[in-house]
Design a protein around this ligand. Structure first.
Ligand code: SF4
Length: 331
């Protein structure tokens, strides 16, 4: 680990101002991913700005009927919140499927959005990695790429986004609120993370000096039917091979509306608007879910070691939608 200066911000404005007056400064809150990266020299900040004590922990109902989650609310606080458990159970289940209780107690919502891929070649500095060092190559292309992307990848990077929470937030049409010296702006969740293209070193569209202050969930009347299904190698403390966040609104046996997002398949949570449009007005049957799974996986490009993910994703979509159509619950 390289030496760095440490300061504690007194307010969001103070944090933003400090980040702009110090070269190569980084914010730290729970530190559950950043500390790992510091230890192996992936990040080499001159200064860490500790934002963990800022007044950004509240989780509160919005006047529109949604919920506003402060960026420093812990994963545990979000997963356990009564309104979230009642109205957005797929978010609660997604969080509880990730990491360990100890990590969830430390990790924050803002940090969860900014965690970086767990591609092993990114963390091992012996290997070429365009995300770590742009232009150096991608060892995963010819390496063990069982955990890597089947959708939206590029010749520069085939990494997947590791977060469960973010898959749920994508399905729930969340909005990310950020603050900078230019004021506040809101970023629709699906515009927050990026596909790798030829710049895999950039995971998100957050600009330099911007601090995440909150994540806002709009109301979702059929949120109670939400399901989060995570398929992985071990029953706990393991990243997703495939995950699905799904919610269905039924009028009798007919689908009125639907939400669907996938994890473990791409550099960002994967949402296919055409698939949700396809579902509207269709009968809630296994055949319909089979058809929509084909639409979602259209264009999948599996790698040497992960072709199993294509069928696994199709089956997971079918199962998650079926459970949601039956009223939701644990997948
Ligand atoms: Fe690096 Fe991305 Fe290649 Fe992994 S997949 S080695 S993160 S460039």
């Amino acid at each position: 680990m390289k030496n760095f200066a440490y300061v504690r911000a007194t307010s969001a404005e103070d944090a933003v101002q400090r980040s702009q007056t110090t070269q190569n400064a980084q914010f730290i809150a729970g530190g559950t991913n950043l500390i790992d990266r510091l230890k192996v020299f992936l990040d080499r900040p001159e200064q860490l700005i500790d934002v963990s004590r800022l007044d950004l922990k509240q989780i509160e109902a919005t006047t529109e009927g949604g919920i506003r989650i402060g960026a420093l609310a812990t994963n545990t606080a979000v997963a356990d919140h009564p309104q979230i458990r009642r109205d957005y159970p797929l978010l609660s289940r997604a969080i509880l499927s990730g990491a360990s209780q100890q990590i969830r107690n430390m990790a924050t919502v803002g940090g969860n959005l900014l965690q970086r891929t767990r591609c092993p070649y990114y963390y091992d500095t012996v290997f070429a990695c365009n995300k770590r060092q742009p232009g150096s190559g991608c060892a995963a292309l010819e390496g063990i790429n069982r955990m890597h992307a089947i959708l939206g990848a590029s010749d520069s990077c085939i990494a997947v986004h590791p977060s469960d929470m973010c898959v749920a937030l994508a399905a729930l049409d969340a909005v990310v609120e950020v603050e900078s010296s230019k004021g506040r702006r809101q970023i629709p969740f699906n515009d927050f993370h990026r596909l790798p293209g030829d710049a895999p070193e950039r995971d998100s569209n957050l600009e330099s000096g911007e601090l995440i202050t909150a994540v806002i969930l709009p109301p979702l009347p059929f949120g109670k039917t939400g399901v989060y299904l995570k398929l992985r190698d071990r029953a706990s403390y393991s990243f997703a091979l495939i995950s699905v966040a799904a919610a269905i609104d039924l009028a009798g046996e007919t689908i009125r509306d639907a939400r669907l997002a996938l994890g473990g398949v791409a550099h960002k949570p994967w949402r296919v608007p055409e698939a949700e449009t396809f579902l509207k007005g269709k009968p809630a049957t296994v055949e319909t879910f089979q058809q929509v799974a084909e639409i979602v996986l259209q264009g999948a490009k599996p790698l040497t070691h992960n072709s199993f993910k294509v069928n696994m994703a199709k089956r997971a979509i079918k199962r998650a939608l079926t459970i949601s159509a039956q009223g939701g619950g644990v997948a």
